[in-house]
Design a protein around this ligand. Structure first.
Ligand SMILES: C[S@@+](CC[C@H](N)C(=O)[O-])C[C@H]1O[C@@H](n2cnc3c(N)ncnc32)[C@H](O)[C@@H]1O
Length: 216
């Protein structure tokens, strides 16, 4: 195991995977669920949109997005967690236009100019900077020209001047690579990787954001 994979806790397995939605719902007192609803609304998804969900988890997000894309749209969820993929398929089986693939998002993807939107929710912070860039490149290549990449994750902030609960969470609960992620200038990174019209919506005292960029 490399140092980077030791630091990464983003591959959700075992009991955490089995009870992932439950832990997230009750561990955040329902706040994550309502924030996610707002974020998906803020993505301005249109009927018929084709959406790629990177690190799609249990399929909860895909089912919420399905309300917006309707019958004409399509959602593809990528994940590598065996339990997460099983949950995804079980949750989404009633929808013919939601599919999943067992596919690493930090390795080259086969899609080119195919999706209207690429969404990545609380996944990218768990990778090394080198692999985060590979994920951004994958998103860019997968999008149609004019398509949008949405990163829902920690915002850029100074942990030293944050409150003690957040400090405890970031140092002792969250993936260690998240402390590096919050220092990175992702607006500049998106620009460098060929995105324009960079925008951010800030939530939770500006500690969480939906960052987006458009493929030129
Ligand atoms: C913290 S969970 C987030 C799940 C979901 N996006 C959400 O918002 O609830 C991270 C997810 O990324 C997946 N994952 C981790 N590494 C991955 C990789 N290299 N390629 C694809 N998926 C990955 C995990 O299996 C897990 O389902």
């Amino acid at each position: 195991m490399t140092n980077a994979s030791k630091l990464s806790k983003i591959e959700v397995r075992g009991l955490e995977a089995r009870f992932y939605d439950f832990l997230l719902l009750y561990g955040t007192f329902g706040l994550y669920q309502s924030l996610l609803k707002r974020v998906i609304m803020d993505m301005e998804i249109k009927t018929g949109d084709k959406i790629l969900d990177m690190g799609a988890g249990t399929g909860k997000n895909a089912c919420m997005i399905r309300k917006y894309v309707g019958d004409e749209g399509f959602i593809l969820g990528l994940d590598i967690g065996e339990i997460m993929l099983k949950k995804f398929n079980r949750k989404c089986k009633k929808y013919e236009n939601i599919k999943s693939e067992n596919q690493r998002i930090d390795e080259p993807l086969a899609y080119k100019n195919e999706f209207d939107k690429v969404f990545i929710s609380f996944v990218i912070h768990g990778f090394t900077q080198e692999n985060r860039i590979k994920i951004v490149e994958n998103a860019h290549k997968s999008l149609k020209p004019g398509g949008k990449f949405f990163i829902f994750d920690w915002a850029e902030f100074d942990i030293k001047s944050s409150g003690s609960i957040l400090k405890f969470f970031m140092y002792h609960v969250e993936c260690p690579l998240a402390l590096d992620f919050i220092k990175q200038d992702f607006k500049a990174i998106l620009k460098k990787q060929g995105f324009c019209n960079i925008q951010e919506n800030l939530y939770a005292g500006k500690k969480i954001r939906l960052l987006s960029g458009e493929k030129t």
